[in-house]
Design a protein around this ligand. Sequence first.
Ligand code: R5P
Length: 310
Amino acid sequence: MKILSGTSNPKLSKDICKQLKLKLVNTNIKRFPDGEIYVEINENIRGNSVFVIQSTSTPANDNLMELLLSIDALRRSSAKNITAVIPYFGYARQDRKVAPRTSISAKVVSNLISNAGANRVVTVDLHAGQIQGFFDIPVDNLFTTPLFARYIKKKFKNKKLICVSPDVGGVQRTRGLATRLKSDLAIIDKRRPKPGKSQVMNIIGNVKGKTCLIVDDIIDSGGTIVNAADALKRNGATEVHVFITHAVLSKDAAEKIKKSKVEKLIITDSIDNSHKIKNNKKIQVLSISSLMAEAIKRISNSTSVSDLFN
Ligand code: R5P
């Protein structure tokens, strides 16, 4: 087994390798002056099972192209099989036609990854589980619920907890955490009057006097979370803590969180945000490196991945 890293999140790749006691494959990934990408593998990988780690986070198109070229280089170098490990799967939110004459980009991206030569995909908290069906190769979708649950059990002893889904689409994910914590569940009825703007219509459930734990897969502009925290506080919540897998944190999102009613935002390192969150004491990172390393080990040994979540 060998691990190759793209350039989107080298720290996470190194941490995964450390846990697996492996060295990263020696590569040369660079940009030509016109922006085109060049991928060269500097060691023999013939007959090896290779895992390519690359989040397709911002710059999404460059990082995606780098992933595709890496897979292609591996295929042409006679790797036995290629697993695309995509901790953050960009374009996942465009998983259906939201209006007439729009593209379904999650499907286009899935086709690109398969056609480049990937034999398997590993990802984390996929925006919508059904995206797995866009691929005709196996997809292992890992969950951060156990990681968040362990943290919460340690940090929130003797508090009246309620897990909150910031929209109807996230109920299943939030219920998973609430079940592990044996806590109550509330749902926010969120509307999007236009793309990038969110509005809280109602809160379903009683949050009065409770510590609210909002759970979501993505924080992008931060609008959903800031509005949800305001609404929860207006309805009597004592504290609002937020648990997000993929911290896209576009534009001034990190600053918005700093000024918001959110007590703490807990994110993972599926996206490298080290520069954006420096000196932001409200944001804390939990690493998914052990989860990823364990999943890679199990895939390589052909043992169960789902057992990780039982
Ligand atoms: C949407 O369905 C996602 O789960 C997130 O709630 C959304 O992407 C968050 O976006 P923003 O931070 O821009 O409100």
